[in-house]
Ligand binder design. Structure first.
Ligand code: FAD
Length: 398
């Protein structure tokens, strides 16, 4: 079976790795030009039964332990007045239940585990269609008559005919199984469902302080070794310590999808954007504005969206989805974990029982992602409701 994975994020790369471990060749088509074309974003906490399990199946446990930061599990919850409402400090011998790791480190261990030729960089999928339909259209265009090609014959016998992929760089490719691992705005998804991500009523802006221990030691101490959340009415600030010494700062504002365009903040002019963003925290304790003002020129605005909870689809031969393409959900620490587990489960299925693997995987994935999406939506609602609501949640469950 010729397998094509579209998207070389955590899901697509984990799938390629587990398939490779089982001797199954695969090609990953990734739109980015190279492995270093884009900074990969912040930290991920990998959970024992999902993300960590996938890495064990991928045979990358020791590589994971080398990049996992136990102390990244520390957590501080504050109110706008700067009062610490809840604090968790991780003992040195605490279990690695949810250690944090840099997304770039995770991507590096996955890429290093794959033969170089597995990844086709600079291949952004523009469209995929059943191969026999593409062949018929080509023959008609060429004015040809006569025998159907091999895939056309297989389709006429009722066998799966595979997919023809077209990329924005002009390249084409064919495969028997197409796996969409192409994230939130998946190009593969419409082959299976009409569902589209809907805006969640919140927009975020990512900023960051490089080498915080040396450049801003007081702010670094304030944030601590892990996650730092300050929640207010209609907006919040989250900061997290990364393995490379950077503190990433995420500012979130409740509002409609077009808020990023209508708010008047010039996101393309970092100095002015920082000043305008800090001003939105003028009624909060001055420490929050200091944190924003200490950031460098990285300013990444994002509108947050999610797919419907419990999304599923009828089986379509030769195509499936993993990760955010299948179940984009509010960022509550599950998305990457689920993408990796999807990948590992699908790969194990394809190695053991290729004929039934995809549907078996899909039915299990629908169930677990519906439960996780429901839970993530609840956490998102608590975060939107402010510090007191989240405090009740922490003190109830810890
Ligand atoms: C701010 C933020 C914080 C988060 N924090 C966490 C966390 O702490 N823990 C956690 O588990 N999850 C977290 N998530 C969610 C997590 O990032 C995603 O769930 C996860 O990255 C999904 O992995 P994926 O492989 O499905 O998709 P992605 O990681 O989005 O990868 C998709 C890949 O496909 C490529 N691609 C896209 N379109 C095409 C195309 N047309 N052709 C070819 N390639 C294409 C992209 O370039 C990319 O490399 C967070 C998300 C956000 C926004």
């Amino acid at each position: 079976m010729k397998i094509a994975i579209v998207g070389g994020g955590v899901g697509g790369l984990t799938l390629a790795r587990v398939l490779a471990v089982h001797g199954i060749e695969v090609v990953v088509y990734e739109r980015e030009a190279s492995r270093s074309a884009r900074a990969q974003g912040g930290m991920l906490d990998l959970h024992v039964e999902t993300g960590q399990r996938a890495l064990r199946i991928a045979g990358l446990e020791s590589e994971f332990l080398a990049i996992a930061r136990r102390e990244g599990q520390d957590m501080r919850l504050l109110d706008p007045a700067g009062k610490i409402l809840h604090q968790e400090d991780t003992p040195d011998d605490a279990p690695m239940a949810r250690p944090e790791l840099d997304r770039s480190d995770l991507r590096a261990i996955l890429l290093d585990s794959l033969p170089e030729e597995t990844i086709q960089w600079g291949h952004a999928l523009s469209n995929a269609e059943p191969a026999e339909r593409a062949e018929r259209a080509e023959r008609a265009e060429a004015g040809e008559r006569g025998e159907a090609g091999e895939r056309g014959e297989r389709a006429e016998r009722g066998e799966q005919g595979g997919y023809r992929l077209r990329f924005t760089n002009g390249a084409t490719a064919e495969c028997d199984l197409l796996v969409g691992a192409d994230g939130a705005n998946s190009v593969v998804r419409p082959l299976l469902t009409d569902a589209r991500p809907a805006h969640m009523g919140v927009n975020s802006v990512e900023l960051g302080i490089p080498d915080a221990d040396n450049t801003h030691p007081e702010l670094a101490a304030m944030v601590g070794r892990g996650n730092y959340w300050a929640l207010g009415d209609g907006q919040h600030l989250a900061a997290q310590r990364n393995g490379d010494g950077r503190i990433r700062v995420y500012l979130s504002f409740h509002g409609p999808e077009d808020w990023l365009e209508t708010c008047g903040i010039p996101f393309g002019e970092p100095e002015k954007a920082r000043a305008a963003l800090a001003d939105l925290f003028r009624d909060w304790h001055p420490q929050y504005r200091e944190l924003i003002e200490a950031c460098d020129d990285t300013v990444v605005p994002r509108a947050l969206s999610a797919l419907p909870i419990g999304l599923s689809w009828s089986a379509v031969p030769g195509v499936t989805l993993i990760g955010d393409a299948a179940h984009l959900m509010p960022p509550a620490g599950e998305g990457a974990n689920l993408a990796m587990l999807d990948a590992a489960e699908l790969a194990l299925g394809l190695a053991a029982d290729p004929a039934n693997a995809v549907r078996t995987y899909e039915l299990e994935m629908f169930e677990r992602s519906a439960a996780a999406a429901k839970q993530s939506a609840e956490v998102h609602k608590l975060v939107m409701a402010g510090a007191d609501a989240l405090l009740k949640f922490f003190t109830r469950t810890t």
